[in-house]
Design a protein around this ligand. Structure first.
Ligand code: S3P
Length: 197
């Protein structure tokens, strides 16, 4: 079973994800770092040379590959769950956890940032507020919501592990029941032989 962290830019997905992975003895994967590693360039360079649509395409393909992982905490890029079809792919990969961060804390962190192309080039607060407003309803479809406001990474990691445990157990029980049902289902009849012409 995997844990899939979603949320806005600078909401702590990577730092919290690493901490949770360490505590649970899970592997850790950050989708942005993974794409950067595969391409050998940064996300900012990718946006600049190939455009955002190309990045979103790579991101959507990666979202569909995540269900092959096991015992991994996955930190997703802030836009990944928003592209149509991706949220379902993330749910297939594991229990989805929304890190709900305070917009003022986010803006403060982004003010020191030069790496995130979606919020470069002035009017940071307006851009962040608009995107945040559009995306939060999507993030809220997560199985678990963790409030991060004013909390340390350690505290958020602890809250996340506690809140996600129940959702993980429920998911595991449902999957086990499904597997048992499938094992009891009669085998499919053989394919009809094609008629000689
Ligand atoms: C993006 C968020 C970034 C990265 C890219 C686009 C977004 O990831 O994927 O810059 O559209 O919100 P983080 O959420 O890790 O900053």
């Amino acid at each position: 079973m995997n844990l899939v962290l979603v949320g806005f830019m600078a909401s702590g997905k990577t730092s919290v994800g690493r901490r949770v992975a360490r505590r649970l003895g899970y592997r850790f994967l950050d989708t942005d770092h993974f794409i950067e590693g595969e391409l050998g360039c940064t996300i900012a360079e990718l946006f600049a040379t190939k455009g955002e649509a190309h990045f979103r395409d790579l991101e959507s393909r990666l979202a569909r590959r995540l269900s092959a992982l096991t015992n991994t905490v996955i930190a997703t890029g802030g836009g990944m769950p928003v592209t149509p079809g991706n949220f379902d792919a993330l749910r297939k990969a594991g229990v989805v956890v929304f890190l709900d961060a305070d917009i003022d804390e986010i803006v403060q962190r982004l003010e020191r940032d030069t790496r995130r192309p979606k919020v470069q080039g002035g009017e940071l607060r307006e851009k962040a507020l608009r995107l945040h407003g559009e995306r939060v309803p999507v993030y809220r479809q997560a199985d678990v919501v963790v409030d991060t406001k004013g909390k340390s990474v350690n505290r958020v990691a602890g809250d996340l592990i506690r809140l996600a445990a129940e959702a993980m157990h429920a998911r595991e029980a449902a999957e086990a029941a499904h597997a048992r049902e499938a094992a009891q289902e009669p085998a499919l009849p053989p394919e009809p032989k094609s008629q000689p012409a």
